[in-house]
Design a protein around this ligand. Structure first.
Ligand code: PEP
Length: 247
């Protein structure tokens, strides 16, 4: 079963017009590693100018489930599409926590994204407390149950496994733990989506960097990475793209 790896950068609330210059070197790496899909998700304000450079897939970090209306501060999937985005992250743990997003809301956002022709990267992952309690698999299965749109296909759905305790901490699970969770996610997706699950890419996210990317990208059922801090500069991000190309 061949799945093209995807390495997506999540700039979170970082970046500026000047920083978009990083995209040119990242795009050059994407061109020299054509076996990997590469994308950057900057803040909303930078989506259009980033996409206008025309050299890289650009995504957003959130989307509202509705098409339009009285939702101050929100952005619809159609607006993202018009701005040049081709993908959007939904259900990042920082949004599940900071904005009390439920899995039902995450699913509605993913449905809106898919309906507008975007790829939805649906994030799931356990807290440290849940892992220590031996509940990591159960938690991600519950999040998948609630967050995955029924009938979604691999063309428009990507899942990102991001253990909350590994995000921005420099800590990562062991490769055995990553393998176990990714296998459980694949099995759960099969239950939800049938055969289509075999083509859905499952990214690992949480403190991915140049020094650990190769071992993580070689784990079965790891189909790429969602990268936060190390996506802000080409110098840090490109080695991860290269590792994914080899992995
Ligand atoms: C993220 O927030 O999606 C993430 C993976 O962050 P970091 O790589 O900085 O841990």
């Amino acid at each position: 079963m061949t799945r093209r790896k995807l390495v997506a950068g999540n700039w979170k609330m970082n970046g500026s017009l000047a920083q978009l210059a990083e995209l040119d070197a990242i795009a050059a790496a994407a061109r020299t590693n054509p076996e990997v899909d590469v994308a950057i998700c900057p803040p909303f304000t930078l989506v259009a100018p980033a996409a206008a450079r025309g050299n890289l897939s650009i995504g957003a970090q959130d989307v509202h489930p509705n098409d339009k209306g009285a939702h101050t501060g929100d952005v619809s999937a159609a607006m993202l599409k018009e701005a040049g985005a081709s993908l959007v992250i939904v259900g990042h743990s920082e949004r599940r926590t900071d904005h009390a997003e439920t899995s039902a809301l995450v699913r509605a956002k993913a449905e809106a994204a898919i309906g507008a022709g975007l790829i939805a990267i649906v994030c799931i992952g356990e807290t440290e407390e849940e892992r220590l309690a031996g509940r990591a698999v159960q938690v991600v299965e519950e999040q998948l149950n609630g967050s995955i749109p029924p009938g979604a296909t691999a063309e428009r759905l990507v899942v990102a496994y991001e253990p909350v305790w590994a995000i921005g901490t420099g800590r990562t699970p062991t490769v055995q733990d990553v393998a176990e969770i990714h296998a459980a996610i694949r099995a759960k997706l099969r239950g939800l989506l049938g055969d289509a699950a075999d083509q859905v890419r499952i990214l690992y996210g949480g403190s991915v960097k140049a020094s650990n990317a190769a071992e993580l990208m070689a784990v079965p059922d790891v189909d790429g990475a969602l990268v936060g801090g190390a996506s802000l500069t080409a110098a840090d991000f490109v080695p991860i793209v290269v590792a994914a190309a080899k992995g």
